[in-house]
Design a binder for this molecule. Structure first.
Ligand code: UD1
Ligand code: UDP
Length: 358
C-alpha cells in the first residue's frame, strides 16, 4: 500500500507519530508537511522528540487567511498527488491542512482516509467544524475515536467505511508516558520552580478566545482571581500575537512560557493540579492523565469527558471560569471509563486500510 499522509499543525504531528510507525512496518508512506505551523517549537521539536520520519516535502504554506491557506495548499498538493498516485490520502483532525488534503483527494479521485472522524462541536462559527464536516463527507475510510463520533456520522447518513478504533493521541501518550515521567520535577518544571500538584496549566489558542479582546480579558481576569496559585501558560503564537496587539498582560501569578515539546507538555499536564484550555487534544489528555479540566469554550467535541464529570465548559466568562475552577478542585468522580481505547488505534487503522484494499 502506498499512502500520502498530510500534516501541518502541532496536533497532527503528535497524531502522525504512532500512525507512521505502524504503517511503515509493512507499507510505504510519503509524508507531506504543509508548513501551516513552522516555528521550531511548533513543528521541528515534535519530529525530533517523537522520531517522526522527516517530511518528504514541506510546502511552506504558513500564516495566511483560511481561504488562501486552503487554496494554496491544494495547488501545491496537486502535482504531488499526481506523481505519487497513492492508494490512500490520510488526513488528521480538522485543520486547514486536513481540508486541503481531503479536497485535493476528492478532486483527483484518490480515496481519502480521515483519522479522528465524526467529531462535532455543532458550532458553525468555528472554521474547524466546517473542515471536519466537509472532510468526513469526502472520506472513504473514517476512523472514529469513539462510538459517539460514529453515531454523529450515522446521523449524517455516513455509515460505510466507518471504524471505531480509539484515539491515536492516546497511542502517542502511552508510547511516550514513561519518557515524560522522567522529566517531572526537572527540566521545564525545575527551571520555572513548578512543583507537582501546585500549579494550573493553561493553553489558549482558539480564534474566538484570542482574537476577541473582551473574551481574552475575561480569561486573564479569571486567572488573576487565583493570586496564590502559580499558573503556567504555554503561549501559542496566535495568543502571543493577540496579547501584544491588545496590549494585555496577565497578573503576576501567571507565568507565560514559549510552547513546549510533547515530552515537557506531558510532564506539565500530568503533574498539574488542573488544566484550563480551549485545546481539543489537551482535554482528552487531561482525562487520560486523571487531571480535572476546565474548558474555556461553550461546547466541546469531547463531550464524554464532560458527562463523566472530569471536564466542565465555561466559555471565556470570568465568573463562569472561577466557579468552574472551584468545582474542578473538588474531588473528581470515582468512575473514569476508558473512552479512547487502549493505545492500539494506529495498528487498527492500518489493518482496516489493508482490509479495504487499494
Ligand atoms: C490551527 C488550527 C486549529 C488547531 C491549531 C492547533 C485551522 C483553521 N486552525 O490554529 O484547528 O487547533 O492549529 O494548534 O487550521 N503562527 C506562528 N507560528 C507558527 C504557527 C502559527 O507565528 O508556527 C501564527 C501566525 O501568525 C498565524 C497564527 O499563528 O497566522 C495562527 O496560525 P494558524 O495555523 O492559522 O491557526 P492556529 O490558531 O494555529
Ligand atoms: N502541546 C504541546 N506543547 C504545548 C501545548 C500543547 O506539546 O505547548 C500538545 C498537547 O499536549 C496536545 C497537542 O499539543 O497533545 C494539542 O494541540 P493544540 O492544542 O495546538 O491543538 P488542538 O488539539 O486544539 O487542535
Amino acid at each position: 500500500m502506498h499512502v500520502v499522509s498530510i500534516v501541518g499543525a502541532r496536533p497532527q504531528f503528535i497524531k502522525a507519530a504512532p500512525f507512521s510507525r505502524a504503517l511503515r512496518k509493512e507499507h510505504h508512506e510519503f509524508l507531506v508537511h504543509t508548513g501551516q505551523h513552522y516555528d521550531p517549537e511548533m513543528s521541528d521539536i515534535f519530529f525530533e522528540e517523537l522520531e517522526i520520519p522527516r517530511p518528504d516535502i514541506n510546502l511552506g504554506i504558513g500564516a495566511e487567511s483560511n481561504l488562501e491557506q486552503v487554496s494554496h495548499m491544494m495547488l501545491a498538493l496537486h502535482p504531488i498527488i499526481e506523481t505519487q498516485n497513492p492508494d490512500w490520502i490520510v488526513v488528521y483532525g480538522d485543520t486547514n491542512s486536513t481540508l486541503a488534503g481531503a479536497l485535493t483527494g476528492q478532486l483527483l479521485n484518490v480515496p481519502v482516509a480521515h483519522i479522528e472522524a465524526g467529531l462535532r462541536s455543532y458550532n458553525r462559527a468555528m472554521p474547524e467544524e466546517h473542515n471536519r464536516v466537509l472532510t468526513d463527507h469526502i472520506s472513504s475510510a473514517l476512523f472514529c475515536p469513539t462510538q459517539v463520533a460514529a453515531d454523529n456520522l450515522a446521523r449524517e447518513s455516513i455509515t460505510s467505511g466507518v471504524f471505531v478504533v480509539g484515539d491515536v493521541m492516546i497511542d502517542a501518550l502511552l508510547q511516550n508516558r514513561s519518557r515524560a515521567q522522567e522529566r517531572i520535577g526537572l527540566g521545564i518544571m525545575a527551571a520555572n520552580g513548578l512543583r507537582a500538584k501546585e500549579f494550573f496549566l493553561v493553553t489558549i489558542h482558539r480564534a474566538s478566545n484570542t482574537d476577541n479582546q473582551a473574551n481574552l480579558s475575561g480569561i486573564l481576569d479569571a486567572l488573576a482571581r487565583f493570586p496564590d496559585v502559580r499558573i503556567v501558560v504555554t503561549v501559542h503564537p496566535r495568543l502571543r500575537k493577540m496579547l501584544d496587539q491588545f496590549g494585555l498582560s496577565p497578573s503576576p501569578n501567571v507565568l507565560l512560557i514559549l510552547p513546549v515539546g510533547y515530552l515537557d507538555m506531558l510532564a506539565l499536564s500530568s503533574s498539574a493540579r488542573l488544566i484550563l484550555t480551549d485545546s481539543g487534544g489537551l482535554q482528552k489528555e487531561a482525562y487520560a492523565l486523571h487531571i480535572p479540566c476546565v474548558t474555556l469554550r461553550e461546547e466541546t467535541e469531547w463531550i464524554e469527558t464532560v458527562t463523566a464529570g472530569w471536564n466542565r465548559l465555561t466559555g471565556p466568562d470570568c465568573a463562569k471560569i472561577v466557579s468552574g475552577v472551584r468545582e474542578a478542585l473538588a474531588p473528581p468522580p470515582a468512575d473514569r471509563p476508558d473512552f479512547y481505547g487502549s493505545g492500539d488505534a494506529s495498528v487498527q487503522i492500518v489493518k482496516a486500510l489493508e482490509s479495504l484494499g487499494s
